[in-house]
Write a protein that binds this ligand. Sequence first.
Ligand code: ADP
Ligand code: MG
Length: 677
Amino acid sequence: MLNLNSNIQYIKGVGEKRAELFHKLGIYDVDSLLHFYPRKYEDWTSTKSVKDAENGESVAIRATMISPVKEAMIRRGMTLYKCKFTDGENIINVTIFNNKYLAKALRVYEDYVLFGKLEKNFTTASMSSPKIEKLDTGVSIHPIYPQTGKLTSNGIAKVMKTALEAIDEIPETLDYDIRAKYGLISLDSAIRKIHFPENADDSEAARKRLIFEELLTLQLGLLKLKGSGKKEKTNVNIRDDFSAEFASRLPYTLTNAQQKAIAECVSDMKKDVPMSRLLQGDVGSGKTAVAASLIYTAVKNGYQAALMAPTEILATQHFESFSKMFEGTGIKIELLTGSTKAAEKKRIKLALMDGETDLVIGTHAIIQNDVEFADLALVITDEQHRFGVKQRASLAAKGQGLHTLVMSATPIPRTLGLIIYGDLDISILDELPPGRQEIRTDVVDSTFNGRIYKFIKDAVARGEQCYIICPLVEDSEEIEELKSAEQLAEELSNGAFSGYNLGLLHGKMKAKDKDNVMKAFADGDVSILVATTVVEVGVDVPNATIMLVENAERFGLSQLHQLRGRIGRGDKKSYCILISDTESETSKNRLMIMKKYSDGFKIADEDLKARGPGDFFGERQHGLPRLRIADMLEDIDVLRQAQDCAREILAEDFNLDLPKNKPLCDQINNMFRELTY
Ligand code: ADP
Ligand code: MG
């Protein structure tokens, strides 16, 4: 007798050797085997006769074998088997390549189902290497599993069947009330039906149950991780909305999207539970003005606010633009970063504690550590597009009772947003301020290098600046990345651009050195910045008009979009040049999406479609567990239900202490155990 914990090798027909093949698929015990789901199904239930089938059609045919197998060696290691079948009217000539096991098992006058492509002409019908099964087991829906090497889909299916026959009823993980409310079948029948459905309704019901459970587990885990799902009341009391007053001070009119986002945030801030909102907006959509408006309202209500940026230089830029925007308002602003002198730091901290300072702008680390506030009401975090789940958790813990807004330029598709930021409300800036210059994007191969370098030199001669992005190397090869960036910078400064002011920026540099290089570029002391993708976090250099990306096919489209957002920020015409020598049509088409679209959301959707969520998550490092059955794009309705359900469960039993929630609790631990941040 088997149970869920039984080792895979004890399933009849597996053994030690084949167990190793299963291990490669991450399958060690019966439980993990049962959760290895089919990729798709082949429907062998509607069989056809030769007469009714089209030439070239993939069909299932019921047929009797009428001649014994003849064997012919074509060449060493390649044997051909031939035999004849009939469907009662027509003869089908079947050839089987190399599959001795199958050929020896076939018996004359027995009934089979043949599944494969039927070739027909006037006189004969034939099938080459069809799948063949005995009639009694063959006429069914066949699961197709992802296979590796020697382990075929069919082999997996056989083992699956044996295991399912050998185990007792699979213990239920979801409470009866939940199953009733969301219309879910039991886990036992879901598992049995996902592998061997009798019809389409079966597999549909099984999928729904398993997807729901997977997304519910994910949501519960995320909500618990963030310590939210249960909101504390806030003591902050924002009574009046000053956003109109703020808008009237701006030299431009806010876009409709900006106005809507501001209204949504202010309405949140007036409530007695803290705001937790995500402001998503493409590069250049004007997130800063939204932030400024909210800060203005908070301060005018007598409170303090904090604005956090991921780098010193960004914090400094924000400090400068806020100082300008708030000129003449009496709002007192301080800049607090790692390089603020000790005495100055002390003064700033005191002023914050006394409530003398209204707004502090700085890097995360500083604000998260030991700064105390007199009346902090609002914390805004900028450019969090590399935000991991864990970082979010620590911010949430810090922000007990505070209004928080996270601003992100990552145009993640909505479904993913719902998963990743499941506990946040979302405002979207889907409109750019008027009068923006379109960036011209071109995809070329490296034979254009000479011309491109000349183009860059002309731009530099006009006093403009340029980014050159180094080829991307795998994450695991950090040293390679460093080498490639340094190498490219050296090659260029000794070659095409000797005599030019080149700067080098890569991820392995100390924060301080990075900031210095970035500052030199922002100040115009460096004309050409050779960099890795670290520059994608948004510093404003309006004078930079060219973005050149080497080996562009190695980048994700969203990443290219992010990089492209570094240019076109001033009034000069800007150019994005993607260099790629790829031969692959798919890669070329992907890059053409960049030429075609300028909308980050559109690009993100296309990117996700082209590469699948696995890659999307991998590269983005959102730190989410891998999903086995749910599809990030397709299953949005189930996702919504799972989110509702997760909130209900946590509202009743936040620690999942109740016995009925124990199985879910175990599953969460399982799913999140493999998480690396
Ligand atoms: P991001 O969303 O990338 O942070 P910013 O807030 O830096 O974008 O805004 C980009 C530029 O657009 C800034 O120079 C800002 O002054 C300008 N801007 C913002 N909103 C408007 C608007 N409604 N009309 C015109 N210009 C705007
Ligand atoms: Mg910004």
